[in-house]
Design a protein around this ligand. Structure first.
Ligand code: GLN
Length: 490
């Protein structure tokens, strides 16, 4: 038993692929691993608050997967691996709150496509993770249920909005997680928590069952401890879905095959507007180191200027607030919401009372989202934002004719302390400067953990051509293997 105990102490942080290997070799059972994962959650989640709810049936589910393995029946590729899911993605029969009071009691009536695909491969959905309310924010401080903490230093934010997912993966409270990325919400927390986060090409992963924030640019994306785990999960969750007509046919691409093909001969563009002004010196130094590591592997670099990046954050917030304004109109406490005594209210005052249950950030976005597309203002704001989007796309496409991919730090600054930016929405918006470009241009982008500076993680971002997610993973894999990072301290 004590031998086993130390096996878990050493290996709770194993990758998805290693987990599967151990199960196949008979060194481990799903039940053992799930039980240890739950113990781990019980031990650390009181400090981190990565989870909003835990699957009470997880051990039972693991037992039945073990039974299938023992009986040599068909078992799905994930073999009982514990994965967490951001709480804005529907898991049938479980609470899906979007970290909002508005959906406090909402039980999802169906599985998101990504969730049914994972379940079909015998994944165990271990729990639902915390986020900024309706995925609007950068720190998880806007969760109605309290923030998640950064496992590297609990006085610091984990990034967001998928902060619970990144913290859970980083702190070994699950093997992998799914988040959503509208403007950086998978990549930013991945960078702050020292894990991998992918925002795939728009349309590569079905959004069916993802509660919409800004559906024209957002994607679900994996958060994992290794690049190969992201490739493995992408193999399961990517592809066409009749429930989401924005999905594209990826010809059943196998993202794991040839993941080690390297970057020899690849040309990489350094995005000027994301690597100089406003970048912390430690982040700059890490970026330079990543560039020289890549050079050591045979890649070449040139600096590329994308001057529309200067307008990208403004355009992003106008477009997303507009879509959020219409997406969140359904939370009127009639179709969705909680209940209160409606006696004595006429319709409008009933609605405004109901909407008081939204937190400050969602309220801000809804007000903005009502204003910017309204008659008389649309030309000044929304249409201009759409022009920025198309010009930025043209610039990025042009750049990607010259180079194979682009590089920049995922976040220009180091993780920061709780409360530091919460009262300054514009400062918080600006932290998205390096990530929104991929969303606005529908391109794939990945954040790879690269350095721990003064105890705080720094991630490097690669942005690629549409549907070239595989090339991005190959480069990310090569970069990952140039560094050896310390273990998470918690
Ligand atoms: N911080 C950005 C926002 O608040 C990104 C959020 C996201 O990607 N979901 O909109």
């Amino acid at each position: 038993m004590s031998g086993h105990q130390s096996w878990f102490d050493l290996n709770l942080g194993i990758s998805a692929l290693k987990y599967i290997g151990e199960i196949k070799n008979g060194n481990l059972t799903a039940e053992e691993f799930i039980s240890k994962t739950i113990e781990r959650i019980q031990k650390v989640d009181s400090k981190l608050h990565a989870y909003l709810s835990i699957n009470e049936q997880a051990v039972e589910q693991a037992k039945s997967i073990d039974k299938k393995i023992k009986a040599k029946e068909n078992v799905g590729a994930c073999m009982g691996m514990p994965i967490s899911i951001k709480d804005n993605i529907c898991v049938k029969g479980t609470k899906t709150t979007c970290a909002s009071k508005m959906l406090e009691d909402f039980i999802a009536p169906y599985d998101a496509t990504v969730v049914s695909k994972l379940k079909a491969e015998d994944t165990i959905i271990i729990g639902k993770t915390n986020l900024d309310e309706f995925a609007m924010g950068f720190t998880t401080e806007f969760s109605a249920y309290g923030p998640s903490k950064n496992p590297w230093n609990t006085e610091y934010v984990p990034g967001g909005s998928s902060g619970g997912s990144a913290a859970a993966v980083s702190a070994l409270e699950c093997i992998a997680s799914l988040g959503s990325d509208t403007g950086g919400s998978v990549r930013n927390p991945a960078s702050f928590c020292s894990v991998v986060g992918l925002k795939p090409t728009y349309g590569l992963i079905s959004r069916y069952g993802l509660i919409s924030y800004s559906n024209s640019i957002e994607q679900i994306g994996p958060i994992t401890r290794t690049v190969e785990d992201t490739a493995f999960l992408l193999n399961i969750i990517a592809g066409m879905d009749p429930h989401d007509n924005t999905t594209i046919d990826n010809q059943n691409e196998n993202y794991l095959n040839d993941i080690d093909s390297g970057v020899e001969g690849k040309k990489i563009g350094i995005i000027k507007e994301m690597t100089h002004e406003g970048v912390d010196k430690q982040v700059s130094a890490a970026t330079n180191k990543a560039i020289s590591n890549f050079e050591g592997l045979g890649a070449t670099f040139e600096e590329i200027s994308l001057d529309m990046v200067a307008y990208s954050v403004a355009a992003y917030y106008i477009i997303t607030a507009t879509e959020a304004g219409s997406n969140l109109a359904r939370y009127d406490n009639l179709r969705y919401g909680y209940d209160f005594d409606s006696e004595g209210y006429e319709f409008n005052s009933y609605l405004s009372k109901a909407r008081k249950n939204f937190g400050p950030e969602v309220t801000r976005r809804m007000i903005l989202g009502g204003f910017v597309p309204s008659a008389g203002h649309a030309g000044k704001y929304f249409l201009k934002a759409m022009k920025v989007k198309s010009k930025l796309t043209a610039q990025v496409n042009e750049a990607l004719k010259k180079v194979d991919m682009l590089i920049a730090p995922t976040v220009p600054i180091l993780p920061f302390r709780f409360g530091e930016k919460i009262d300054d929405p514009v400062a918080l918006f600006l932290v998205d400067i390096n990530t929104v470009t991929a969303n606005l241009t529908e391109k794939p982008a990945i954040s790879i953990q690269f350095e721990i500076s003064g105890g705080l993680p720094i991630g490097i971002q690669l942005l690629g051509k549409s549907m070239q997610d595989k090339m991005l993973l190959q480069a990310a894999y090569a970069l990952q293997n140039t560094v050896k990072l310390p273990e998470v301290p918690i």
